[in-house]
Every structure is written in structure tokens, then in C-alpha cells.
Design a binder for this molecule. Sequence first.
Ligand SMILES: [Zn+2]
Ligand SMILES: [Zn+2]
Length: 333
Amino acid sequence: MRALVVRSPHDVALETLAEPITGDDEVLVAPLLAGMCGTDLELIDASIDPAYVHYPLTLGHEWVGQVLDDVPGVASHGDRVVVEGVIPCGDCDECLIGATNRCTIYDEIGFTRAGAIAERIVVPRRLVHRIDESANVDDAVLIEPMAVVWRALTRFSLRDNLNVAVVGDGTVALLAAHLVRRFRPARVVVVGRRAAQASLARAAGADEFVTDPPQGRFDLVIEAAGTGPSASSALALAGRGATVILLGLPAHGTIIDLAPDDLVNNDIVIQGSFAYTSQSFTEVVEQVNLGNLAPSFLITHRYSLERANDAIGALRGDVADDEPRGKVVITLT
Ligand SMILES: [Zn+2]
Ligand SMILES: [Zn+2]
């Protein structure tokens, strides 16, 4: 079968691999559609913390597929499914308190084990979720990044009527603007870099899209650009009592300046958020199946597996200045 493989850092290619073989408690899935994101570039470039990756690696951690085995009580052969990518052991102290994203044995599809930009993938049966007939594959492919955002937004309870700033204009930022609307904010401002992203930000639910730092301070700042300067910008937008959620993943080793007295005087909470818990993934699947979350408007670039290099180019910024760039996806069948 064909798969998009990072053999070693900077060496990514479409390869022919042996068919994967299912072991105990595993099922075979044929991916239908897979999203790519900035994290895939970090995996290609090896700028991610080496503790979180294993090469050679088949890419693909955002995806929807068609299950080729029965999953008793969940899905039948041929059903469309999504699969939790973070694989919890179920036994460690973190798993036992529901913090499956912090399982002491880190294992994740598309990071430490083969991902879904491939014609077939083997996954643990217990992590499979069925997608209803009524749900759209284009919405389902965004479940994984939505789960990342949803976990960050639901980790601590958010009050209504917040003034929200989202720093970044990539898919995670746009999904953050979209999902934070469910907490009835007073206002959502997306602080982006590319003016061409304005239409997507508005479609996502932003009240304003700006490319210069906005005036005033915010109650909730969500950093979703994943660079040192964007993290600094996010902290600078925090008002007294604000929460700053760090969702973006800067390159390993990034360091920024902080003024600790400002954090104390302004009573600031800084919250990192890693991946998603089993519960947050399940909640997002339920909402997609109910038709309450339909983010497919964010898909702007679609490529066949043969054109995966063009998808990588689009992610790296190889798009016209005035062209909106949302989610980049690869069609597998
Ligand atoms: Zn991703
Ligand atoms: Zn565990």
C-alpha cells in the first residue's frame, strides 16, 4: 500500500509499504480523508521535541476512514469512523484520573506510530468512534484538531461574556474562534498575520479580524500560532484576571521573555494544553454526529495522495498572498 513517509528528518516521500497486519484488539481502517497541519511540518523538519516522535514515520493524525473490520457495539464493516490518536494505556495514574492526554506511556498515531496518510492503517479497536451516516466526512476530518481546542476550552470552566482574543490565523486559531462561541463570549477578535484569512475568520465566528495588535486587553487569550513572538503577543493582550491558553506548539527550544511581576500583579493564569483527553474527543464526535459542529468551511485546499508534496507546499505558505488558506486535506480514496 502507498503511504506518505518521513524516512528521516527532511526526507518525506510517497512510498509503497507492506500491508499492515492487525494484532489482538486491533482493526484495519481505510483512511478516506486526512488533514495536514503545521505539526506535520515540524515532524518533517524534526523541529518537534524528539521525545514525541519516532522515525521512520507515516504522517497523518487528523483523519476519517472506513473501518474494514467489525467493532462490536460501535461500528460495522464499512462504517465511517474516526479514531482517537492519543493512545492511553488505561492503567497509569494519569489515565485513572481521566487525563489520558498525559498517559505516562506517550503513544500517538502519526507521531510515535504509523499515521493515516496511507491507504490502510491498523488502530486499537477501543479507540474507534462511529460517524453517523448524516455527518459529513469533511466535518469529521476536523474532529482531531477540534478535540485539541475543545480540551483546552473545557479544562477549566469559562464564564459567559468574555472578551476573547485569538492569536493566529491557521486552522487551530480559526477552530478556536469557532468553538469559543459555544461559551457565549461578548466579543471574539482574531489577531492574524495574513489579511487573506479575514473571510475564514469571519465564517468561523470572529467579530473582528485584525493584523495589527488590537487596542485594549482581553479576558481570554488563545495563542494558536505556535511561535515565540506569538506567545509574547498573547501574553501582552492579557488583561487583569485573564486566562492565556497556549495551544500552538513552538519549535522545541523556543524561549520567550516574561515579566513575572506582571503575571502576579495582574492575576494571570497561563494554561498550556496538550492534545486531548478521551473524554474531549468523545464529546466532539457526539457534537459532529448531532450536527452541532460543522467546520468543513475551513477546508480550502484538497489534494490527492500523489500530490502530497503540493499539500506540503501549501502548508509551507506556497499560496497566493490574497488566497485564504484553511485546512489542507489529502483525499485517499
Ligand atoms: Zn494537526
Ligand atoms: Zn496511561
